[in-house]
Design a binder for this molecule. Sequence first.
Ligand code: PRP
Ligand code: ZN
Ligand code: MG
Length: 226
Amino acid sequence: GTATRDRLRIAIQKSGRLAEPARSLLAACGLSWRESRDKLFCYGESLPVDLLLVRDDDIPGLIADGVCDLGVVGRNELDEQAGERARNGLPPAYRELHGLGFGQCRLMLAVPEEWEWQGPQQLQGLRIATSYPAILAGWLQRQGIDAHVVELSGSVEIAPRLGTADLICDLVSSGATLAANHLKPVENLLDSEAVLAGPAGGFDDARAGLAQMLLRRVDGVLQLKD
Ligand code: PRP
Ligand code: ZN
Ligand code: MG
């Protein structure tokens, strides 16, 4: 929406890996909210900055629709949905404003342990299971590989054993899930971490100043960390 607002609304993950570090970072930036951990909306007290607790997958769309002004979300999710928009002929709706230094993971191709990996050309004609079809399709295209992308929303690592795919493309953090499923990582498609995302076009009301101040504070907090 284009409605003028004088409060900033930030979407963060309700529960999951990014939830607690996102809250801590924003608190370290001087934000505080009326305590309502069970609620999905937290009213900002120290500053006119409110929190919306949502599923991480919904954050890019909420920014694109103007429902939220900023979001803390994985670069993997942001890039995937940006790629999907591009494939549907839609203009970019959001952009990464700042890497946040937590939630690090990689989007990797992983193959059965016993495979001898010789390089991307080996993928020609194979079936790859993933929750990141747009990022994977873009990578395959750049490599000049024609392979079949099998889209799954979760438990991607089990696909080779089920015979629904030959290999997978999924997030790897500790590597424990791959190892448990007898898969080994072979190609890195994306280095991901939590990022602060905002609208491609920026703001033209009071939110511009609030967002600028928040970004400066985020920068300050992150510099203290290293
Ligand atoms: C992610 C990812 C992998 C796993 C990797 O799944 O999809 O399955 O974590 O982590 P590891 O390398 O430390 O084992 P998540 O637990 O977030 O669940 P989801 O796939 O259902 O989103
Ligand atoms: Zn998710
Ligand atoms: Mg998973």
